[in-house]
Structure formats: C-alpha cells, structure tokens
Design a protein around this ligand. Structure first.
Ligand SMILES: NC(=O)c1ccc[n+]([C@@H]2O[C@H](COP(=O)([O-])OP(=O)(O)OC[C@H]3O[C@@H](n4cnc5c(N)ncnc54)[C@H](OP(=O)(O)O)[C@@H]3O)[C@@H](O)[C@H]2O)c1
Length: 338
C-alpha cells in the first residue's frame, strides 16, 4: 500500500493539516524501465503553499485531490531499469508520499556518502539558488556589503554563507531575535536585523553605512522597501522570491520603493534555478559540494519526524518557526546518514 498527501481544500491564509488528506492506494506492478523508491525524506517549501492557492503565480496551482509535489529522497526497493539496483539512493520531485515509481530520467542519483541533508539542501534548490544567485547575478566583490532577507531560512542560510565565502560583508534580515542570533553566530553574518522591530530602514542605514551593494531578496514587501531605500549607487538587486506576497492574490502586497532603485541607478535581476540546464545544475552541485566538504558552508536543517507531520511542517515554515531548511523524515534507511 502507498499513502500520499493530496490537497483537500484551498486555504484562505496559511495552509495547515486541515487542508490536506491522506489517500491510501495499492501499489500497481512496477512498469518496465522504472524504479520503485521507498521515500525517506521530504522537503517542505513555501512554493507548495503558493500552489495551494488558485491565482496566477510562478507555479501552477495544485488541483483539489492532486498529490502535493516536492523534492524527495528515497531508496530503491525494486528496479526494472538498467543500471539501477535495489538499495540505490535517488532524489526527485516525487511528492509527499511513501512510495514513488519513476523513470531514471526523472531522478538524480544520490551518493549516500554526502548524507541526505546535504543532498536535499546544499545540492538542491536552497543551495543552488544561493550559488547561482551570486555567481550569475549578484557577482560578489570582497568588501562590498550584501543584505539578505529571510537570512535564517532555507535559501537565506545558504546565501549568507555563500556571500561570506565570496568575501562580502553580510547583513541579514530575519523575523525574531533568536533567528538574528542564529544568523550572526551560526552562519557568520556580520550583523542581523529583526524586521519585526520598528524603523528597519533607519537601522539598516547604520548597519550598511556605505550603502547596500548587493540585495539578495527572497521575501519582498515592507522589508525589501527598507533595503531599496538604502541601496548604494549602482547596487545590484537579485529578486529570488516573494514570500511576503506570493500567497496573496493582491498585487499591492508587494509594494516597492522603485524611486530609490532608479535614483541610485541599481540593476534588478530575477532568476529561477528551475530554468537552469541540467549541466549547469550539475556544475552548481559540484561547487556547493566543495564548499560543504571544505566546511565553509554548513547545511542548516530543521528535522521533523513522521509522514503524518508533513503538512504541519509546511505551516510552521510559513509561520516563521523553522531555522534553515525544513525536512520531514519518513524513515531512516541504512546506508545513508541524515
Ligand atoms: N528563484 C529561485 O530559483 C527560487 C528557488 C527556491 C525558492 N524560491 C523562493 O524563495 C523564497 C524563500 O524560500 P525558502 O524555501 O528559502 O523559504 P524560507 O525563507 O525558509 O521560509 C519563509 C520565510 O520567509 C519569511 N516570511 C514569510 N512571510 C513573510 C512576510 N510576510 N514578511 C517577511 N518575511 C516573511 C519568514 O522568515 P522570518 O521569520 O525571518 O521573517 C519565513 O520563515 C520563496 O518565496 C520561494 O518561492 C526561489
């Protein structure tokens, strides 16, 4: 039997367990050319919440009854595909479920020596978005100041470490005093500001006294406006995500102080790591693996145990309760460490 989470109803605000249903179904015989994985680790990401809503966004909405898709890592329990054997590890966008059948073309083979957390963070969307955001767009210069929103989050925690590895002075922005401590003490940022306290714009003027040369923004909304007001002349702004606005159908949720962006002659670039060609992703994985192996980048994970707890973990990410990347462990296979 397989169990999977599907969308039950659309949330008005944040999704929680009540918006998802568990569907049980018998596993069909495995198709020729496919492998069957028992899924061990699930990634939990804000874009899944965006897909629970039904309005134009950068991702298509889930249909009611549809499997909740996300990156998963699992172990092969049966193979009818050449080159794949029982016991191999792989990851792919296989969805919140206990088993998945897939063709090898839809999978990335996992070297278990690197561990599950590294594969689902540094070598997946969070790490690659940080790597390509800086390598292709922000182009860090030693000594420049970089501001990063949601600096304690999945992408943000890698962005802080990648920017530091590039020699930048890093100012994080995060949603609590505890998160700010984590960003400065664990991730190595030079400063971190709590966006829930008053006058973020004024505090940034002090923390980034020479202006913000690079703004790596995953959030948008009022925090981004406070950074726009502090950009240095010819600053580079990389729009990576819109967490403050993407779960609202109201386009005004992401108001932006474009006047200062224009006045300081800043460049604004956007990108999606999902548009990268496979060979570029492979190159990014190599770079991030090297940073992890050298200890210059340390994956930060909030681990939750139990298949049933997956929707609550998504709620907690959006409610700002997680540090780093949230993963849910369904079971612990031998042969790979977390
Ligand atoms: N361009 C790409 O290739 C790419 C790839 C992956 C993800 N993304 C996007 O990047 C963004 C971040 O993803 P992630 O997985 O790293 O999530 P995340 O930052 O770990 O989690 C979301 C965080 O955003 C902050 N937040 C949420 N609502 C907010 C609001 N209204 N105002 C201020 N802060 C708010 C909260 O942190 P605080 O408590 O610190 O405020 C929350 O913990 C998402 O929008 C995602 O869609 C883009």
């Amino acid at each position: 039997m397989n169990r999977k989470f599907v969308l039950k109803t659309r949330p008005e605000t944040l999704p929680g367990p009540e918006h998802f249903a568990i569907v049980e179904e018998a596993l069909p015989p495995l198709g020729e050319g496919q492998v069957r994985l028992r899924l061990a680790y699930a990634a939990v990401s804000p874009w899944q919440a965006q897909r629970c809503k039904d309005f134009a966004n950068y991702v298509e909405p889930f249909a009611i009854g549809e499997l909740i898709s996300c990156d998963m890592l699992g172990q092969v329990v049966e193979s009818r595909a050449a080159g794949w054997a029982k016991g191999d590890f792989a990851m792919g966008r296989l969805g919140w479920q206990e088993y998945a059948d897939a063709a090898p073309a839809a999978l990335t083979r996992v070297d278990p020596r690197l561990g599950a957390e590294t594969w689902l963070t540094a070598l997946s969307s969070p790490g690659l978005s940080a790597w390509f955001g800086f390598a292709d767009h922000a182009r860090p210069m030693p000594g420049e100041t970089c501001v990063i929103t949601s600096a304690a989050g999945a992408l943000g925690s890698f962005a802080v470490q990648v920017a530091k590895a590039g020699g930048m002075r890093v100012v994080g922005i995060a949603g609590s005093e505890a998160k700010c401590r984590f960003v400065a003490e664990q991730l190595g940022a030079d400063a971190c500001l709590d966006h829930r306290l008053p006058d973020l714009e004024g505090r940034l003027r002090v923390a980034a006294a020479d202006g913000v040369h690079v703004f790596y923004d995953t959030v948008g909304g009022p925090a981004a406006d406070a950074v726009f007001a502090n950009m240095a002349k010819y600053g580079r702004i990389v729009l990576v995500g819109r967490s403050a606005a993407n779960i609202s159908a109201d386009p005004g949720a992401d108001f932006a102080n474009m006047r200062m962006v224009w006045a300081r002659e800043c460049t604004v670039e956007t990108f999606s790591m999902y548009s990268l060609l496979p060979e570029r992703r492979a190159e990014g994985r190599k770079r991030m693996a090297a940073l992890v192996q050298s200890g210059r980048v340390v994956p930060q994970v909030s681990m939750v145990d139990g298949f049933e707890n997956t929707p609550q973990a998504l709620h907690d990410v959006l409610a700002g309760r997680m540090l780093g990347k949230a993963l849910v462990r369904y079971w612990q296979p031998d042969g790979i460490h977390s």
